[in-house]
Ligand binder design. Sequence first.
Ligand SMILES: [Zn+2]
Length: 462
Amino acid sequence: MLKAILLKRGMRSDRFLSYPFLRFSFLRNFIVALDAYALLQSQYWPREDIKAIQLERIRDILTHAKEKIPFWRDKFAAAKIDPQKISDWNEFLRLPITYKTDFKSKPVAYFTDQDLFAQEHITNTTSGSTAEPLIFFQDRHYETRSLAIARRILKIVSRSTLLPVIQVRARDRRGFDNNENLWFHTYNHNQLKYRINNLYQLAKNLKGPFVLYGFSSYLIEIARLCSEREIPLHPVAVIATGEGLQPSQKEFIESHLKTEVFNCYTTTELGWLAQDCEEHNLHINSEFAYVEIVDKDGMPLENGKQGRVIVTTFDNKIMPFIRYDTGDLGSLFTELCACGRTLPQLKIIGRQVDMIVLPDNRTVPSLDILGVFEKRLEFIRQYQLIQKNVDEFFVKIVPEKETIGSDRLIAIANHLRRNLHPGIRVEFEIVKEIPSTASGKKIYFKSLINAASPHHKDAPTS
Ligand SMILES: [Zn+2]
C-alpha cells in the first residue's frame, strides 16, 4: 500500500490531478498528506526496497519522456535505449549525462510535455551555481510530491509536520505549503535591515512556535540584525538553503537566534534533494530523486570519492531532468546513520556564502546578482562577475547568439548598480567560453580583492 503511494500507482495515480474538477485544494492536501505519511515510513526501509522503487520510477519517467518529449526521444534513440526495456541500473547508466546547455537555444516545445504545458504549471529561471541561465517548468505532479518532502523535513526539525514555516523569500519560490501569509518578502539582502521588524511582526502574529526558512546568507543577516537590535525572534528551528554554511556561520545563527540550524541541499530546478537529520547528516530524498557522483568523464565513482553531482528526479513530467549535471561537487556515503534512516548521505563541496564587499562597507551576497543575468537568459549563455576592486567590476559574458548590443550591456551595468552599489564601475568582455575551476565547477562570482582570505580558499580559480 505505501509502496503504491510512493510509486504513484492505483488510488495515488497522478491522473487525479488531470481532472479539472478534482483540482480543489482539499484533494491536493489529501494527496500531500498521503505522500508525507508514506515518506515518513520509507526513510527507514531496507535500501534494496528503495532501490527497486527508484528503478521503477526511472522507467516510468523515461517512458513518459519518450512518449511526449522530442528532446528525450532523440536522446534515447542516439543512445539506443528503450525505456520500457530497462531492467537494470547499468542500462540506465548508459544514457549520456545532460547539461543545462543542452536545453538552451532549443524551442521550449522540444524539451517539454505540451499536454502538461497547456495545464497550470510553474515557469521559473535559474542559473544557480553554474552561471548558465536556464528557463524551466514544473508541474502539479512535482508540486504535490515536493510539498510532501517538505513535511518530512519539517518533522525532522520541529517534530511536527504542521508547524508554520516563515519563508524568507527573495528569489526562492520553493515552498513548504501554499500559504502566502507565511512568506516574508524581501527584494534583496540589503533590504533586510529596513524590514526586519516586519519579519518580527509576522512571527508575533502567529502567536506560537514557528520555523524559519531561507537562504544561508539572508539567515546570517537576520541573526545579526536580531542580535544587534535585541529582537526576540526565536524560531523553533532554522532551515538553511542555497549556499552552504561554514560551521562558524551555523554557530553564529544558532547562538544569535537561540535555535538549531538544519541544512538542506536544493537546486531551483530540481527541488528538495537532501536535508540534515537530527544528527546533522545530509540524507538524500531517494524516493524523489536518484543522485549519482561521477568523475569528469561521466564514470560513476565509488562511495566517499568526490565528483560531479548528477541527478534524476522522478516527478516533474512537464520537463524531466534525467542524469542531469547540477554543476555541484560532492560525495556519497552509505554508512548507517545514528538517526536510523537508511537514505544515503551526501556531502556537498564548494557551495559557500560569498559576500561581495562594496563601498561604504555594504556587503551583498553573490546570490543577489543572479537575477540580473537570469532575466536576460535569451541572450546570455554563461557569465562571470569579477570584482577587481571595491568599486570596480568586470563582467565576462558568453553570448547566446553572436554578440550583444551596447544598449543591453548598459542595461546590465545599470541593473548591477541598482543591486550592488550606485557608485561602481562595470566593464564587459564578450568571450567564447569561461573556463571552469580545476575541479570542474563553473563559478559566477570571483573576487580578486579577497583572494587571500580563507573564505575563498575552497573555490580555486583556474
Ligand atoms: Zn541521519
